[in-house]
Design a protein around this ligand. Structure first.
Ligand SMILES: C[S@@+](CC[C@H](N)C(=O)[O-])C[C@H]1O[C@@H](n2cnc3c(N)ncnc32)[C@H](O)[C@@H]1O
Length: 326
């Protein structure tokens, strides 16, 4: 696939950000847009790049650095605190674009992505599926743990960046990266793209412009149901969804029924406060769901399920650790 026009410049910018992060150097929004003007050959005002180009390249820079730090490991509190420290070296994403709104390109905050990967138990030899992988926050921690990934991302601009991350981890994006609409992922993906672990943070309620700006509250849950079809027995799915996805709502009744039905078992449902996403330009409250696929006929009821509402990634880790540690 031929990369989009700004792809090479975005990669250059990502590398500059990666070096700054490795040196623990703060990058303000002014710094980022100045660096971007150099690599894109013109300013933001001149239209040489969009804020999203610059923010996404900066995210890739962070992810490239995190890839080298390795997986979350046995001390999640310390590891996630370090990820948080590195993330705060980047500027808050205050400027929105139409594409960002339509595709809900609010990337998974890096520490939150680290938490999801840790809860999933992903490790060496696991086959991971990420259906809407963005600039690869969730992929980063899976790749760092030695897993192989099938990543999908509908935005060609973001998929070009993701390809850089996959290559950096020794994967071949021509085989492991698709650019499909995850609404129909199960019907589209190659048959061999099956997973031991699914890590996902689908769009919360937008349809990538297909239905204009109309909110569709089942977009994220539809993506989860598609991904569950690719999860093998013994596997685990960890999804970050809007907190508005609630068991008690008629709109989401069928979704939770599916998660409660054999062979699936909903292991955790933790609501997380909106401050977590603030650096990414939104304050959406989210819900992290952990779903296991068990042997047919063996899926237990909701006994032992972790249910909590917390405000931070650290508190979510505390709520989940007693059940998922080890
Ligand atoms: C909330 S972001 C999460 C990104 C990613 N999971 C991460 O680790 O940062 C949602 C992503 O889904 C992509 N997207 C939106 N609609 C999509 C669709 N219908 N199919 C596949 N990807 C989609 C967006 O471009 C965006 O990158």
């Amino acid at each position: 696939m031929t990369p989009l026009p700004n792809a090479v410049a975005s990669q250059t910018l990502a590398r500059e950000v990666e070096h700054a992060i490795a040196a623990s150097r703060h990058i303000t929004a002014t710094d980022l847009f100045a660096l971007a003007a150099d690599v894109y050959g013109g300013t933001l005002a001149e239209g040489a790049f969009t804020p999203r180009d610059a923010y996404d390249a900066a995210e890739l820079g962070l992810h490239l650095h995190l890839l080298r730090l390795g997986p979350v490991g046995d001390d999640p509190a310390a590891a996630l605190a370090e990820v948080e420290r590195l993330s705060t070296l980047l500027p808050t994403q205050t400027r929105r674009t139409v594409e960002q709104n339509d595709f809900q390109q609010f990337s998974t905050p890096a520490a939150y992505a680290g938490l999801c990967a840790w809860v999933s138990g992903v490790g060496e030899g696991c086959r991971v599926l990420e259906p809407s992988a963005g600039t690869g926050a969730l992929c980063t921690f899976a790749l760092a743990s030695g897993a192989t990934i099938h990543a999908n991302e509908l935005s060609g601009r973001r998929a070009d960046l993701l390809a850089v991350l996959l290559e950096e981890a020794g994967q071949d994006p021509s085989r492991t990266l698709t650019r499909e609409n995850a609404d129909h992922l199960d019907a589209i993906l190659p048959l061999e793209a099956r997973a031991d672990v699914v890590l996902m943070n689908p769009p919360f309620s937008q349809t990538a412009g297909r239905l204009g700006t109309r909110r569709v509250p089942t977009v994220g849950t539809d993506h989860v149901l598609q991904a569950l079809r690719r999860l093998d027995t013994g596997g685990r799915l960890v999804a970050v969804l809007s907190a508005a996805v609630q068991r008690g709502k008629p709109t989401h009744q069928a979704f939770f029924q599916a998660l409660d039905a054999d062979p699936f078992r909903l292991r955790a449902d933790v609501e997380v406060g909106g401050a977590v996403y603030r650096p990414y330009g939104t304050s959406v409250r989210t819900r992290v769901l952990v779903v296991d696929r068990e042997m047919e006929g063996k899926a237990a009821d909701g006994e032992g399920r972790v249910e909590a509402a917390v405000e931070s990634v650290n508190e979510a880790a505390d709520a989940l650790a007693p059940t998922f540690v080890g």
